[in-house]
Design a protein around this ligand. Structure first.
Ligand code: CTP
Length: 418
């Protein structure tokens, strides 16, 4: 296993030495063949010498995209970031300065560390450290939110006396907390390896005539965030999506549909492959009983006769593989938990993720959400967070359910053998 430790220029760079050391301590229950590759920005080298990290990690420290002192840019060095990017299991940056956060958030790539961040698909952990005002500045807050929404794990700075003489938040988190976060993302990064996750996202459109349809306000962001998070965790992802204006998540098998009937066919066809199904789509409950073949003219009142669509989730739950975990979403505007529990039972789901869509600023058409996940024997509340964070928590919940049902299956088959 290889972890890349990025060190950027702040007084807290000295604490990165302890992070490098702690990373190399054997994790409980894990083999110890760990390589820590340190990458230092130019500014970091003003605070700590590369030799310190080289001695601590027994590895040559990477000090810049184009090695200093070289008359000509070194070709080997210029492509080294790609090799490092492909070989690492996680990137952790401690300390991360305001400048590094801004570069990462905006995709700038003007030194080895920022180029590496763009070039790697490994999970990233960022531990910021800076002056209180810099940390609280709107620009930094936005950069942090952007990174969080992208799935970067932020290890929040602590409060206390800072080297600049001020007191408040901005002090680098403790090395133990940073290293713990690294192991968490590494484990997460593998917990869906080899599993197929079937997801639905977005609204459906039920045609009224050739130009009009019945739709809803779903943007598809929750389902797409789930797809991205599942891909990051090593899953094979089948994403059945209604019409949305989001880019296809790289690596997912995207099946585009329009109507509830098309979504139903796609889901039922791919269902046997899935170990986890999460239905985040806002499926139309009704469709026009007949779609007019020509555009309906504006001549007096029109009455639309509607008929119910098939409940895809309930049908899929009844037909799924025994070992498959089936999770639905419930959009509610009142009696949120009570209605969700009814849906959990009626649709025979393993869990349901409920959100109160009447709350302003979250849910429909927003990047943020606040939900409660309900299973038959547990409840997990997720306070307002980015949809990416919510997606990670929903996936962890699904994985736990799957592990528990595997455990039960193993116990009962042992019982049968006896
Ligand atoms: N769902 C589905 N097929 C439908 C309607 C809903 O698969 N025809 C799924 C949604 O994808 C979601 C869950 O069922 O995962 C709950 O959707 P929701 O609209 O909250 O519930 P409904 O069953 O439609 O009930 P109601 O609208 O009456 O609250």
């Amino acid at each position: 296993m290889k972890i890349c430790l990025g060190v950027s220029g702040g007084i807290a760079a000295y604490k990165a030495c302890e992070v490098a050391r702690l990373l190399q301590e054997t994790r409980p229950g894990q083999e110890s063949n760990l390589v820590v590759q340190v990458v230092m920005t130019r500014a970091a080298q003003q605070f700590v010498r590369p030799l310190t990290f080289a001695a601590l990690t027994n590895q040559k420290v990477i000090t810049d995209l184009f090695r200093e002192g070289a008359a000509e840019p070194n070709v080997e060095s210029a492509i080294e970031h790609i090799a490092v990017a492909q070989s690492i299991d996680a990137l952790v940056v401690a300390p991360a300065t305001a400048d590094v956060l801004a570069k990462f958030a905006n995709g700038l790539a003007d030194d080895f560390l920022s180029t590496l961040y763009l070039a790697t698909t490994a999970p990233s952990v960022v531990a910021p450290a800076m002056n209180v005002n810099m940390w609280q500045h709107e620009a930094t807050r936005r950069n942090i939110e952007t990174l969080r929404a992208r799935g970067v794990r932020i290890v929040e700075p602590g409060e206390g006396y800072l080297a600049c003489g001020m007191t408040g938040p901005g002090r680098l988190a403790e090395p133990e907390a940073i290293v713990a976060a690294v192991w968490q993302v590494v484990e997460r990064n593998r917990d869906l390896a080899g599993e197929t996750v079937l997801l639905t996202a977005g609204p459906t459109r039920e045609p009224i005539d050739p130009v009009r349809y019945l739709g809803n306000r779903s943007s598809g962001r929750m389902g797409y965030a789930l797809a991205e998070a599942a891909l990051h965790r090593g899953a094979r992802v089948i994403l059945v999506s209604g019409p949305v204006s989001l880019p296809a998540p790289a690596g997912a098998e995207l099946i585009k549909v329009e109507t509830a009937a098309q979504m139903r066919s796609a889901v039922l066809e791919r269902l046997p492959e899935a170990a986890i199904v999460i239905k985040a789509a806002a499926v139309a409950d009704f469709r026009p009983a007949t779609a007019a073949s020509q555009k309906i003219k504006r001549s007096g009142p029109v009455t639309l006769a509607l008929e119910p669509t098939a409940d895809i989730l309930a049908e899929a739950a009844a037909r799924k593989r025994a070992d498959c975990v089936m999770i639905g979403f419930a959009a509610e505007t009142e009696n949120t938990l009570e209605n969700a529990r009814k849906k959990l039972a009626a649709k025979q789901l393993d869990a349901i993720v409920v959100n109160d869509v009447s709350q302003p600023g979250i849910g429909f058409d927003s990047d943020r959400n606040a939900v409660t996940i309900i299973s038959h024997d547990s409840v997990e509340e997720i306070a307002e967070a980015s949809k990416r964070e919510v997606a990670e928590r929903v996936l962890s919940f699904a994985i736990n359910l799957r592990r528990r049902s595997h455990g039960r299956a193993a116990v009962s088959s042992a019982g049968e053998r006896r």
